[in-house]
Design a protein around this ligand. Structure first.
Ligand code: MG
Length: 268
């Protein structure tokens, strides 16, 4: 069953989303070569708790930290440990906050110092794919229109779309119905209507979309060791259209979602 949210519930999630997004923005500004992932995790937990939130991930199915930190070929669910970031790495940070019993969930990938052209392109296209998916979250569209838009954009650039992990409904629980695949045909699944809150989260790879889980039972890596990127927002569907509850200040994607087009299309 899908738990639709009232305006009051969405407002709580918006408040929580500000904590989540603000903390992620701080981590993205702070991460640099020489820092350990554990240092970032400590900063995240402190930031969330100081604003009245609780780090949702900590203890979730036994996860040992407040954020997931996924470097280079790690797709998602990397455990922040003693690894020291290096110039040229790409780092995905995934973060969830529970505020007044409601969860918000967001992720982004950044380069540490200067990164390769190929890495920069992968991150850009993944972020664009997220925005194109969000733009499909309109009253009267079908659920699969979201994943279809994500897949079309990613594959047009020669990338893989991870199948084994998907987005999800979000609310009083981090993972609610429905599942939100990042692939598929358009026009399938439930009709979207106001009150729906989704965590949309494309995981895009340079090579194969197949993934493997490491013996720590958390860390998910690409099957071929090539790079992966991950962007995620918690989005509420309102009468006015999709509303991103985890927008960051200075996020270049703070654009009118309905008018958003990727760079190539704008140039055309
Ligand atoms: Mg999620």
């Amino acid at each position: 069953m899908i738990a639709m949210k009232s305006a009051r519930e969405m407002e709580i999630m918006r408040q929580g989303g500000k904590i989540t997004a603000g903390t992620l923005a701080m981590l993205l500004r702070t991460a640099r070569a020489g820092m350990t992932l554990r240092e970032l995790d400590r900063l995240a937990e402190k930031s969330i708790r100081s604003q009245g939130g609780v780090p949702t991930f900590k203890g979730y199915n036994g996860f040992p930290a407040s954020i997931c930190t996924s470097v280079n070929e790690v797709v998602v669910h990397g455990i922040p440990g003693e690894y020291r970031l290096r110039e040229g790495d790409i780092l995905s940070i995934d973060i969830g906050t529970t505020f007044k019993r409601y969860v918000s969930d967001t992720a982004a990938t950044i380069g540490i110092g200067r990164v390769s052209e190929a890495a920069a392109r992968l991150m850009r296209v993944t972020q664009e794919s997220l925005m194109l998916g969000i733009a499909q979250m309109q009253k009267g569209n079908h659920l699969s229109d979201i994943g279809h838009a994500i897949q079309a954009h990613a594959e047009a650039h020669g990338y893989g779309v991870v199948r084994a992990l998907v987005g999800h409904g979000v609310g009083q629980k981090m993972h609610e119905e429905p599942q939100v695949p990042n692939y598929g045909n358009a026009g399938q699944g439930i009709l979207l209507r106001p009150g729906l809150c989704l965590a949309i989260e494309p995981m895009i790879t340079e090579g194969t979309y197949e993934v493997e889980t490491l013996p720590d039972r958390w860390t998910v890596v690409t099957g071929d060791g090539k790079l992966a990127a991950h962007f995620e927002h918690t989005v509420a569907l309102t009468e006015e259209g999709p509303r991103i509850l985890t927008l960051r200040d200075h996020d270049f994607l703070e654009l009118d979602v309905a008018r958003y087009r990727p760079k190539e299309e704008m140039a055309a």
